[in-house]
Design a protein around this ligand. Sequence first.
Ligand SMILES: Nc1ncnc2c1ncn2[C@@H]1O[C@H](COP(=O)(O)OP(=O)(O)OP(=O)(O)O)[C@@H](O)[C@H]1O
Ligand SMILES: [Mg+2]
Length: 671
Amino acid sequence: MSQNRSTEDDVLSFDPSKNQQELLKAWHIFMESGIINNEIVPPHIAESWQRSKKYKVDPYDFSPDSYIESEKYKQRIEKSKGLIDLARPIMENVYKSLEQTKYLVVLYDSDGYHLLRIGQRADFERSSMFKIREGLCFDEKHVGTSGFSLVKRLLKPVQITGCEHYSKLLHYVTGAYAPIFEPKTKSFIGVTGVTGSRTIPNPHTLAIVIAVETAIENLLELNQSKEELFVFATSLQIAIQSFEDGVIILDNDMRICEMNPVAKRILGAERKDIYGKYTSDLKHLSWLEKTLKGLFQFQDHEIEEIDCQINNKRYLATIKSLRKNQQDIKGVLVQLKDVRRLTRMLQNIVGDRPRYTIESMAGSSRAMIEIKNIATVTAKSDACVIIEGESGTGKDVIAQAIHNASSRAKNPFVVINCAAIPHELLESTLFGHEKGAFTGASSTHIGKFELADRGTVFLDEIGEMSPAMQAKMLRAIEERKIERVGGGKPLPVDVRVLAATNRDLYHLVSTNQFRADLFYRLNIFRIILPPLRERKEDIFELVQTFLVEFASFYEKPAPRVSEAYLELLLNYDWPGNVRELKNAVQYSIARINDEDELLPSHLTGFFPSRRYPISVTGLDQGRGKLPDIEMKVILKTLESYQGNKTQTARALGISRATVYRKLKTLPLDNR
Ligand SMILES: Nc1ncnc2c1ncn2[C@@H]1O[C@H](COP(=O)(O)OP(=O)(O)OP(=O)(O)O)[C@@H](O)[C@H]1O
Ligand SMILES: [Mg+2]
């Protein structure tokens, strides 16, 4: 038997020489006794018969539950409408090419219900005589062995003839069937078949069915790609529309075919003025011409970045070719990035965050009050400021406070430490460089001045700047323009310059170490921060500020400040100024355990032993016993609070009574 069957393994084909009489006899024997004649019945049919019997399928009739109600059937049809619409023309074409009176072309859904039957009326009438009508389910559990059930089981094309069917009602049918798979997921979605009377088997029907199935699958795939393309194109369009950069798309003819609203705004033009135009026709885009020619003529692969100006605003244009097969350019995408927005964004990511304000600066000594007043005045102007002071006196702090009080507060605050950057790199750090400006300049670099556009540049340790750089700096400040290293044209920048030094800049000028013209350019305002030892009245307030900060950092309750602790701080000369004081407070808070008060013991080990105990040079250079020093501190504080004893007491962290008590010890005319 098996040698008569097709040699093609996955196609169970029809054998026209098969004797239907013998098959019918084998069928009867099986139905009565369950015995299979393996000589006659092919194995896949035998297995299916056995399963059908196990399912108790009636071989002489279809049970009523083999049909679904017409409403449910309609719903099924509706659900598979896509597949039906797609398969119908293919099936109709195939039907036309067949001997029409003898065949039906059918389509089943994945559960075995007819979705489509194409044929002649007589064929339908005949099949309905055999109870084959809409709503009949062709799976194995309902009708037993059938073309559909075999295909669903074996998931490959199948031919079945007459008495191979389990149900007697199907014995007149011969057919070829093939599975339809969803192209992407490869899941089984239905079966297509060509059926006819068992008296007219045709060995070609299987090939025809396979062709139908392939055509349906191809069409499904095409439709799917079309849909995917639609989804992709639409989402791309939405994405481009919502871009914050301008996007212009050119076709392979270098005409504009698409652009987003931002691009329209940048160009200040309407759709009708732009679409279909060549870039050379548009004055704002004429600079693109050279690059585009390079791309199209020389198949340039590089992504170009061009610094351009449109309507007096600066943009960075990125130009990318849209290629097919790495070769043919099908179009070009131009992205216009607003340099100001870009720098602001960069600044947010890498920039320094100035946190101090004039109000948040601790210190109410007369010197500090004066400094805060000057800071408030300078903040209102846009002029340069020189901030001088020993290390740790708060030069950074005051620079931040000025920036934050100025109209530039929302814009970048960029710090450049002139001493920390090697001389040869300072210029490119400050002003940027063009690609290829020097060895290692592999890409364009935006300098700190550009990053700080509309904000403040804080040049720390300006005294360390080389004379050559001083000259360039003077030009940048005077002309409000910078030149990138290796880039010809000057770029306008809007920055305010604050400079700081812990050296005596005036002395540097007089000894020719600092350019006098730059000094005078910077020295519009000059703020000199006195060392802490000269304003010890600020110590208590500073301690209070740091104490809160570090208590929260160490997650401890903020302690009080004991008199003895404060006294210790007041008796030190603070060579490291406020920074050192801050460190002292941090040191103490870290050491505090359950105590609710800062005590001298919390400072044990903090001061370098050489320096402590110290002289109180800041207090009129006076040396003396502790009570004298203490008195001087009280008097100085009192002076800075215009004699207000409550404020003095609060500032020193002692009670009002103590202030009075101490003052009482003075001769009357000194109180
Ligand atoms: N008035 C102030 N209020 C609060 N904190 C201050 C004050 N002054 C200085 N500080 C703190 O002291 C430390 C040193 O201040 P800053 O960095 O501004 O000093 P600097 O003068 O710039 O020092 P350097 O010359 O070393 O750069 C910082 O941690 C700062 O927070
Ligand atoms: Mg500093």
